[in-house]
Ligand binder design. Structure first.
Ligand SMILES: Cc1cc2nc3c(=O)[nH]c(=O)nc-3n(C[C@H](O)[C@H](O)[C@H](O)COP(=O)(O)OP(=O)(O)OC[C@H]3O[C@@H](n4cnc5c(N)ncnc54)[C@H](O)[C@@H]3O)c2cc1C
Length: 431
């Protein structure tokens, strides 16, 4: 008995923290399992780019991978690392070196969904001499990689003769890769133009959620020098891009979309929605998000039609139509409907919202029930005028007042365009 009294305090000192630790692990495991289940039920199981595969025979469940993942894509369930939120993975790759036992391999694609990666040589040139690829389109995500590749690709391009072409280079896309490439082209004294389909710099970064914490590394931009950032908000990053544009004035044409590239004997012919160019080289810095799918409706070219929700606040007091049947459409409609004095209609051509998060489905049902959102299933937009929109539903044509339209109908991915030009693409299945 006296021995027990002697040993009990140190035993409790060990046991109590251990119990707390085990409880915390169990709760974390339950939380991560719930995230995984929700992703599976919503069909959100395929990572978009480079992502981790955990070797379960080696993993010891340290949780280091989950802790370093800025997107909370990884978790630990029953003592093993799991990609619990595959669509949130941005290919950061920080998880692999963080694993103390080397159980993580980074791969492209999965057995179920292959990922197309264009083949490029170490100078970023494709199988077609003169066509180069930089940034996420080449398979490697992240801002710092895109910037580095954009500069390196232009360094290779700068050595190519212009020949009979009017330009040395046409850069397509003004995301991080295209921005860096444009600055490098200007610094190298090339005759070039950059075309960007959107009305702003930044590419994918322009569409990050408000206040998103961006993890990156100091970037070295031609004509600008080193920008010492590691963690910035989306807004600060956009300010950096804007000041780069102001300071270095690269030749970027906004709201101009490349529609066709035709390889010729001596140079390339590039057709955009606004102009035609000939160039000795082309740099495709178009990322992987593709071009937003259009409605094909009369009047769609108006400025009030956009293809992504950026700020819900801007729709305060407006009558808005959201088109689409995925999570992005539902979330856009719900976010806007929470703004003061808005009227929101959600139009979808399908019969049901099949592939959306259960949480969004529930929130939508509530918003419809309390009159915040009007839902028009099996409807399509027919015509858009300055202050109205006409929708076809069955045999009826419905008219709604309208100040703005947000189309969330997915994107046309770049692979078919690459194949059409003749760029060789390899499909990876996570092996
Ligand atoms: C939600 C999210 C969070 C992320 N967070 C981080 C992070 O914290 N840190 C980090 O380093 N990375 C992050 N990333 C990844 C990073 O944003 C991308 O890797 C990077 O933007 C890729 O740059 P890019 O220039 O290759 O392509 P993009 O940024 O995608 O830019 C491509 C540009 O090309 C344009 N374009 C496409 N087609 C055409 C055409 N036909 N004609 C004209 N223009 C065209 C597009 O409009 C776009 O502006 C994140 C990604 C996402 C989706």
């Amino acid at each position: 008995m006296s021995d027990l009294i002697y040993y009990l305090p140190p035993l409790l000192l060990i046991l109590i923290p251990l119990l707390f630790h085990l409880r915390a692990k169990r709760l974390a495991s339950e939380k991560h399992n719930a995230v995984l289940k929700e992703a599976q039920e919503s069909g959100l199981t395929e990572p978009p780019s480079l992502h981790p595969v955990v070797d379960l025979s080696i993993c010891m469940g340290s949780g280091a991978c989950a802790r370093v993942c800025p997107e909370h894509a990884l978790g630990v369930i029953k003592g093993k690392g799991v990609l619990i939120n595959p669509t949130h993975c941005i290919g950061h790759g920080a998880c692999a070196p963080a694993c103390p036992v080397g159980a993580i391999k980074l791969v492209f694609g999965t057995a179920k969904r292959g990922m197309d990666i264009p083949q490029v040589n170490p100078d970023f040139e494709t199988n077609i001499p003169g066509i180069f690829i930089a940034g996420e389109l080449g398979g490697m995500g992240l801002i710092r990689n895109a910037i580095r590749q954009g500069v390196q690709a232009v360094n290779s391009i700068a050595t190519r003769p212009r020949g009979q072409a009017e330009l040395d280079l046409v850069i397509i896309g003004a995301g991080p890769a295209g921005i860096a490439a444009s600055l490098a082209a200007k610094e190298a004294g090339l005759k070039y133009v950059t075309v960007e389909q959107e009305d702003s710099l930044g590419g994918t970064t322009y569409h990050y959620p408000r206040n998103k914490l961006v993890m990156t590394a100091p970037m070295n931009l031609p004509l600008i020098g080193e920008i010492k950032v590691r963690e910035v908000s989306k807004e600060e990053l956009m300010e950096i891009w804007t000041s780069v544009l102001k300071k270095a004035q690269p030749n970027i044409k906004f709201s101009e979309r490349m529609e066709e590239v035709v390889p010729g004997e001596e140079f390339f012919a590039i057709r955009t929605n606004k102009a035609k160019y000939t160039a000795a080289s082309i740099l495709l810095a178009i990322g992987r998000r593709g071009t937003p799918r259009k409605l094909g409706a009369k009047g769609e070219e108006q400025a009030k039609v956009v293809y992504r929700l950026i700020e819900a606040e801007q729709y305060q007091g407006k009558t808005v139509l959201v088109v689409g049947g995925g999570d992005s459409a539902l979330e856009a409609a719900l976010d806007i409907s929470n703004e003061a004095e808005t009227k929101v209609t959600l139009s979808y051509r399908g019969k049901a919202f099949d592939r959306v998060k259960p949480k969004n489905r529930t929130r939508l049902a509530e918003a419809i029930a309390n009159g915040q959102i009007e839902q028009l299933m099996e409807s399509t937009v027919q015509e858009i005028t300055a202050d109205k929109v006409l929708l076809k539903k069955g045999d009826a044509v419905l008219e709604r007042d309208n100040d703005a339209i947000i189309v969330c109908a997915g994107g046309e991915l770049p692979t078919p365009m690459l194949k059409k030009i003749g760029v060789k693409v390899e499909t990876h299945y996570g092996e």
